[in-house]
Design a binder for this molecule. Structure first.
Ligand code: PMP
Ligand code: GLN
Length: 382
């Protein structure tokens, strides 16, 4: 294995899921729902398979899905997207991220990201031979500090890689923070790559602001999302990106040699999902918010300190009040201690000492599973 990929031989999600399976623990580690998405979406996929849509779809993605992505961006955000030249269907958001970073960064170029960061970002940057410059967001509010952000930019900055709502913190970047990022990106002539896979999982009175909607940003932003989270079909691996025709063509040049095209029969099904009514989207956010409340309350009752997430389906808890100083060690022992699996947050930071005792729990699970999990966790302090 080449040196630059050696830090990435296994992912924390695979490790924790293997541990949960081995021990029979409730898996609140890897983020995936334990129920399927709406029947109409599943039925469209089945019909597509039975209807013979089983050969290579077009390179940029099936027109029906590109059209649906463009309409979705117009409907929710007022963005004008040309489905023919400004959308690319990818194998999940993961491929969209890798393809975009590889398409935009020469070796040695710098990518500004925000710690704690989703794991595939660092690997994508390493694959491209680029250099990661991180801005550290700290527990409990993960606020963005302007001085630290400015310090991360330099003459080699090529890309700013944003994730809002953010995994693992549950932070929803507010307009002022995004405007600051946008201003610095413009000043340094950098492209913003924004991962918005949790765009419909925002709680309370929060709003998701796509950075492409800010003045002057549509022309320098690649927006990425995915069907996995919105439609509870994480195994389908259908994602997409949109941006200017030039940026999309660049990502497409790389994508065609990563996977060539993405799974055909799922594309019309995801298009159906994107066209679902507002009630679907409201129920998604409302249902998850209730699950968030259930988990946050349960974690607090169990003795954790909790940072209430404003989006995503993850909550970060501090285990220090329970006497656990090391989150990695706790997550290795948690299945055997109480039969619950979670992910240590320190693995998402370049500096693991930034968050030694933080642990991430996923709440995209059935209520009875969450009740069972918090009941088990309450035994930690017994
Ligand atoms: N970005 C973030 C922030 C994620 O949490 C995930 C995992 N669900 C992905 C990207 C990957 O999405 P996909 O499964 O569509 O590749
Ligand atoms: N995005 C999911 C998470 O953060 C996991 C995806 C994966 O296993 N790579 O838990």
């Amino acid at each position: 294995l080449v040196e630059r990929m050696r830090p990435f031989t296994s992912t924390i999600f695979a490790e924790i899921t293997a541990l949960a399976t081995r021990t029979g623990a409730i898996n609140l580690g890897q983020g995936f729902p334990d129920t399927d998405g709406p029947d109409v979406i599943l039925d469209t996929a089945t019909a597509a398979i039975r209807g013979g849509l089983n050969q290579y779809p077009p390179g940029p993605g099936m027109p029906v899905l590109r059209e649906a992505v463009a309409q979705h961006q117009k409907r929710f955000y007022g963005l004008d997207v040309d489905p023919d030249t400004e959308v690319l269907v990818t194998a999940g958001a993961t491929e969209a991220i890798v393809a975009t970073i590889m398409a935009l960064c020469e070796p040695g170029d710098e990518v500004v990201t925000f710690d704690p960061v989703y794991d595939c970002y660092a690997a994508s940057i390493a694959l491209a031979g680029a250099v990661k410059r991180t801005v550290t967001l700290r527990w409990p509010d993960f606020a963005l500090d302007e001085t630290r952000l400015r310090a991360a930019f330099g003459w080699r900055t090529r890309v700013v890689l944003v994730n809002t709502p953010q995994n693992p913190t549950g932070k929803v970047f507010d307009r002022a923070e995004l405007e600051l990022i946008a201003r610095l990106a413009r000043e340094h002539d950098a492209v913003v790559v924004t991962d918005e896979v949790y765009e419909h999982q925002v709680f309370d009175d929060g709003v998701h602001v796509p950075i492409a909607t800010l003045p002057g940003m549509a022309e320098r932003t690649v927006t990425i999302s995915s069907a996995g989270k919105t439609f509870s079909v994480t195994g389908w691996k259908v994602g997409w990106l949109h941006g200017t025709a030039e940026l999309v063509a660049a990502a497409r040049a790389v994508k065609q040699f990563l996977t060539f095209v993405s799974a055909g029969p799922f594309q019309p099904a995801v298009a159906t999902g994107l066209g679902l009514g507002d009630d679907f989207y409201a129920a998604l956010a409302g249902g998850l918010q209730a699950k968030r409340d259930l988990l946050v309350e349960g974690l607090r009752a169990a003795g954790f300190a909790v940072s209430v997430p404003r989006g995503t389906y993850f909550a970060i808890a501090d285990a220090a009040p329970l006497g656990f100083a090391d989150g990695v060690e706790l997550c290795q022992r948690l299945p055997e201690l109480v039969g619950v699996a979670a992910v240590p947050v320190s693995v998402f930071y370049s500096d693991p000492t930034a968050a030694p005792s933080l642990v991430r729990f996923a709440f995209c699970k059935r209520d009875e599973v969450l009740h069972d999990a918090v009941e088990r966790l309450s035994r930690l302090s017994a």
